[in-house]
Design a protein around this ligand. Structure first.
Ligand SMILES: C[S@@+](CC[C@H](N)C(=O)[O-])C[C@H]1O[C@@H](n2cnc3c(N)ncnc32)[C@H](O)[C@@H]1O
Length: 373
């Protein structure tokens, strides 16, 4: 058993009540667009697999809506090659996540079509352990999947004095995020290495920094992180929030370069590598924001704003809210957040071109090559 080092009780969650999956259509595009690599991952695992059941896991699943279609394709692919095999899917997210909504989606009680309609015998389970620690029993996992989640850190390592996100951090503060990013990535991969069976595979797609320095929020158009930071800073000058609240607002995320991503599975001195996890494939891809793409054709600014702003709000709101003092009544905290998104919306309305929630992600396939004695 691995030691549990994660304190997750106060960690944020995506916006509840299905808001996340309904708003984050781009996440589904990223996931489905990666199916060539997911299939490749499954094929590696299936080569030697001769057991009666096949166990999958989705680490950082949120409310589950964005991955339903992908899991349908995964189960269809496995069932075609291994008819009659028992299929298991473990969902994992943090305790504050909306597990109720997750199971409502999985059981077809929302507007999403579930794979259970096609594959009613898939067995589903859930865990609220942090993915930075052990989630599943040792050597029990055939295929692990994680999308747009493992850039989240256990905690921000420090306040960023002049920004809300590590992409704007400098000097020691930037180095602290790099160090925390390395530690947490090794915890994430080390835990998966421990859980995977021999020849089991892990597919991860994660916001990162590509060779041209691009990253989520800065892919050739506007710099989203700078816009949100500027509004938040202006709120200090306008007396909407305090300087302390500004400094306390730090996204617990680290966007890794490709070199940072692959180091634990390519460096023979690294504990993850020594636990048998190996890199099978790595690449970066850019996936354009579907709402911005549609806007280039319909040119209806109000429609664009109504579709695009919620896709950001679904995951930006929880961290911004966390920065606001708990001494304020909750309606005041919420109205500050409403004001933030009102000002952001005004920004988009004035100059919509260049806006968009474009993904810049690192895609990796890892395989557990052996189980150390
Ligand atoms: C942006 S959402 C991605 C959700 C989904 N995988 C997708 O691609 O649409 C990131 C998810 O990771 C979860 N998460 C962050 N840190 C985590 C941790 N330490 N353990 C498990 N889940 C975590 C968050 O709660 C959130 O639901």
């Amino acid at each position: 058993m691995l030691a549990n080092t994660a304190d997750t009780k106060t960690f944020l969650a995506m916006k509840h009540g299905g808001y996340y999956s309904n708003a984050a259509a781009g996440a589904e595009d990223v996931i489905l667009g990666a199916f060539d690599l997911i299939q490749r991952s499954l094929d590696i695992t299936l080569v030697e697999h001769d057991e009666k059941s096949f166990r999958c896991a989705d680490f950082g699943c949120a409310d589950g809506g964005t991955s339903l279609k992908m899991w349908a394709r995964v189960f269809s692919s496995i069932a075609e090659k291994r008819p009659g095999i028992d299929l298991e899917l473990f969902y994992d997210d943090l305790p504050n996540s909306d597990f109720n909504q997750l199971f409502r989606s999985v059981h077809g009680l929302t507007n999403f079509k579930s794979y259970l309609q096609e594959f009613p015998s898939v067995l589903t389970f859930a865990s609220a352990n942090s993915f930075h620690t052990q989630v599943l029993p040792e050597a029990s996992l055939d295929f692990g999947f994680s999308a747009l989640a493992s850039h989240y850190l256990t905690k921000p390592p420090c306040n960023i004095s002049n920004h809300i996100h590590m992409v704007g951090a400098e000097g020691d503060e930037r180095a602290n995020f790099q160090e925390q990013g390395k530690l947490d990535w090794e915890r994430f991969l080390g835990s998966r290495a421990f859980e995977l069976k021999r020849n089991g595979t892990l597919f991860v797609v994660n916001p990162g920094i590509d060779k041209d320095g691009q990253h989520l929020g800065n892919v050739g158009g506007v710099h989203l992180w700078n816009i949100f930071n500027d509004i938040w800073k202006k709120f200090v000058n306008d007396g909407v929030i305090t300087e302390t609240e500004y400094r306390s607002t730090n996204f617990p995320q680290h966007y890794r370069t490709v070199a940072e991503c692959i180091e634990p599975v390519t460096d023979p001195r690294n504990a993850v590598f020594r636990s048998g996890l190996r890199l099978e494939h790595v690449e970066t891809r850019i996936v354009r924001c579907p709402k911005a793409r549609a806007f280039t054709e319909h040119r209806d600014v109000d429609r664009f704003v109504n579709e695009y702003v919620p896709s950001l709000r679904s995951w930006i709101e929880p961290t911004m809210l966390k920065g606001i003092s708990l001494n304020r009544p909750s309606n005041e905290r919420n109205s500050i957040i409403d004001k933030l998104f009102e000002q952001f919306t005004e920004h988009v309305k004035i100059k919509p071109d260049g806006h968009g929630f474009d993904y810049c992600d690192v895609y990796m396939i890892c395989r557990r090559a052996y189980l150390p004695k």
